[in-house]
Every structure is written in C-alpha cells, then in structure tokens.
Ligand binder design. Structure first.
Ligand SMILES: Cc1cc2nc3c(=O)[nH]c(=O)nc-3n(C[C@H](O)[C@H](O)[C@H](O)COP(=O)(O)O)c2cc1C
Length: 367
C-alpha cells in the first residue's frame, strides 16, 4: 500500500501523527556499519518542531529507540527497527476537523479512498510521518559517509526571497536554514508578516550530492533522476523537482545546454573525464556522471492556515473553516533534513544495486 520503498536497502515505515508511535523497519542494510541512537537523534533533532517561531510551537522530543538489528554498536545485517513514541499530541485540537476537509490537505482524498480516516493531526498524511524517513536516512548517511559520498541540503528560497550568496555554515545560524545572512533576514520579515496575516509560505530546497562515483542509476525505469524525483515527490507538500538547470533547459539552445567534456589531471597526473558546466545536474542517461548532483525541490505553502477559508464537510454542506491546532507556518526549514534523508536512502540503495552491474565486480566477491 505504498509504505515500502527501496530495492536492497528497503524501508517499511509505519505510524500516524497521534497514534502510539512512528517508525521504520530497514531490511537489507549491510552488517558492520557503526550505528547508535545518537547518530540518528542528530538528524531527528534537525527535523524537530518548536525550534523557532517559523515552525509549529508543538514541543516534541522525538527521541528514537533502536529496537533491533544493532549489536555492540554495529549493524548486524538483520532487520533494523527504530521507533519514536508520540508523547505530546493534543488530539482535541483536531476535533473540528473530523468531518471537515481542509483545503490543500489530504483529508478529502483519504476519506474518499479508504472510507475511514484518522483525522487527529492528519493521521498518516501528517508531516510527522517524515520521522521514519529521517531515521532511515540517518542510517544510509552513515554508510554513505564511509563511502565518501556527502549529501547536504539548504533553503534556496522562501516565497519571493532567493539566496544570493552561498555560505553553508550560515545555515545552522538562522532559523530558515539559508546559506545567505542577508536573504535570511529578508525572508524572516516576509514570513513574520504572513504569520500576522494568519497565512503561510512555501519555498525551494536545494540538495547537493558530492563524491558520487560515475555509474549510479539503473536505466531505464530506475534512472538516478527518476528515483530521486519519486523520492522527493513522496514527501508531503513537495510539488516539483528539477535537476541542474531544470526547467530552464527548455528555453536554451543545444549549444548552451550541453555540458562540454574535458580531461582533468589531478596532482598525481591521473587523468579523468570532467565537464565544464553542469546543466545536467550530474546525471546523464539516468546515470551519475561524476560531477556534483544538483537538485531543487519545490515546497508548497502549509495548507493548514488559521485565516478563514471556504470548504465542504462530509454532509456535503459548504462551510467556513479556520484551522486551529499548532501548525508550521513554513514547512521548508524542517523539510531540509527530510530531503537529505530521502536522497541518502535512494542513493545508498542504488549504490548497492550498482555492485552487480559488471561481472568483474561479482567475481571480486565470489571469484
Ligand atoms: C516536515 C513537514 C511538516 C509538515 N507540517 C505541516 C503542518 O504543520 N500543517 C500542514 O497542514 N501540513 C504540514 N505538512 C504538509 C502535509 O504533510 C501535506 O501537505 C499533506 O500531507 C498533503 O499532501 P500534499 O501537500 O503533498 O498534497 C508538513 C510536511 C512536512 C514534510
């Protein structure tokens, strides 16, 4: 039913926003990766709400417990189960939403599809569902770091405010996770204004993957960009994904859009193929080309807003709605780590799959 993702590094996620717990079972994770609850918690803390006025004031500790698959600090090759108990849910905040459909949210479609819906906190369609992704992403990230692959995401824009310079260290210093101090100030003013108007904002998250070897991606249906696009679009509120120059290639000429190759020599005289530009975003034919992978992800404004909206209830009556409860006026900063996590899960899985692409690699193991 769509809760399982990945082919070798396969994750199965469970849990609703106001249920007992949320978590993930990871099957197919190789043994011997060092892993602790602290490793995972570091990522969960970046997703945690209540850290600034630009995210929901809900105080959720989101402490994870590793229930299986790790022994003496190392993964054992058996199923890894990690969960987070839901402890600070106030379900009565959502009583009003039992029979009314929030515009822009998943209430109406869940009700029509399943005929029953856990309306408390959005149930399975809640942003809390991404806890499971972040846990699995933290595990994949541990493996990728040892393999020299580095994934980092940041806020590229909030509403109409775009970053103009790039200093990754700035991200941790402002609540919007923007790598540009000035832009972050302007964006904070913009979001503060919207909060005053009981409205919400969206934005773009950029993700860069460095150290990815050439050859990752499984044409034709599991091309690297196709897999990543699916991974990103499966995150709630994501409405678009582009790679490299993205939609801008449609108005370029071939001579502008092509990334010219050249031969690069390192300090030891080793010669490798490189590219003079990266409009392709690091993917050619669905396979990584050895340059940085660049991806932009568009996030819509939070649909649960407390200004008056027109909607319909289960009895098919037209009603007015002001959504109460504690919602993110801006999802973007909390979704940055979710984007990193989904990229890590997808890329680690594709790297494991790529190991059997050449028989010479298979012979290295069995020959
Ligand atoms: C980290 C995160 C936090 C979110 N928080 C909220 C929230 O507080 N209120 C809300 O209405 N939607 C929130 N969302 C978005 C909803 O989950 C999403 O809009 C909903 O599932 C409908 O799916 P769709 O927007 O992809 O159509 C959040 C999403 C993420 C990734």
């Amino acid at each position: 039913m769509g809760s399982i993702y990945g082919d070798i590094f396969r994750i199965s996620t469970f849990g609703e926003s106001h249920g007992k717990a949320i978590g993930v079972i990871i099957d197919g994770c190789p043994s011997g990766i060092s892993l602790s609850e602290e490793d995972i918690q570091e990522y969960l803390d970046r997703r945690k709400p209540g850290q600034s006025k630009f995210t929901t004031p809900r105080k959720e500790e989101d402490l994870c417990k590793i229930m299986s698959g790790v022994f003496e600090g190392l993964t054992t090759g058996t199923a890894i189960m990690v969960m987070v108990e839901n402890t600070s849910q106030i379900s009565k905040d959502y009583d009003k939403l039992a029979d009314v459909y929030r515009p822009g949210h998943a209430d109406y479609t869940y009700q029509e599809k399943y005929g029953i819906r856990d309306h408390r906190g959005g149930g399975r369609s809640s942003g809390r569902e991404t806890i499971a992704r972040v846990i699995a992403g933290a595990v994949a990230m541990k493996a990728l770091k040892e393999l020299g692959v580095n994934i980092s995401a940041f806020t590229q824009s909030i509403g109409p405010v775009h970053v103009r310079c790039f200093d990754l260290e700035q991200c941790a210093l402002n609540p919007l996770y923007m790598p540009d101090y000035e832009a972050a100030l302007v964006a904070q003013d913009y979001v503060s204004r919207l909060i005053g108007e009981k409205d919400s904002a969206g934005g773009i998250i950029s993700c860069i993957v460095r150290g990815l070897p050439v050859g990752i991606g499984e044409p034709v249906f599991d091309k690297l960009d196709a897999v990543l696009a699916k991974a990103m679009l499966s995150i709630g509120a994501v409405k678009g994904v582009e790679f490299g120059a993205g939609f801008a290639v449609a108005s370029m000429k071939g001579s502008e859009s092509n990334d010219a190759f050249f031969v690069k020599k390192d300090e030891n005289g080793k010669r490798t193929i490189s590219k003079r530009s990266n409009n392709a975003g690091g993917v050619l034919g669905g396979i990584s080309d050895g340059s940085g992978l660049i991806m932009n992800v568009a996030i819509k404004p939070t649909s649960s807003i407390s200004s008056k909206q027109f909607t319909v209830n289960k009895e098919l009556e037209e009603v007015e709605l002001e959504v109460g409860g504690r919602h993110d006026p801006l999802i973007v900063p909390r979704a940055v780590v979710v984007v990193e996590a989904m990229a890590a899960i997808s890329i680690f899985d594709l790297m494991l799959r790529n190991m059997s692409a050449r028989f010479e690699n298979v012979k290295k193991v069995y020959g």
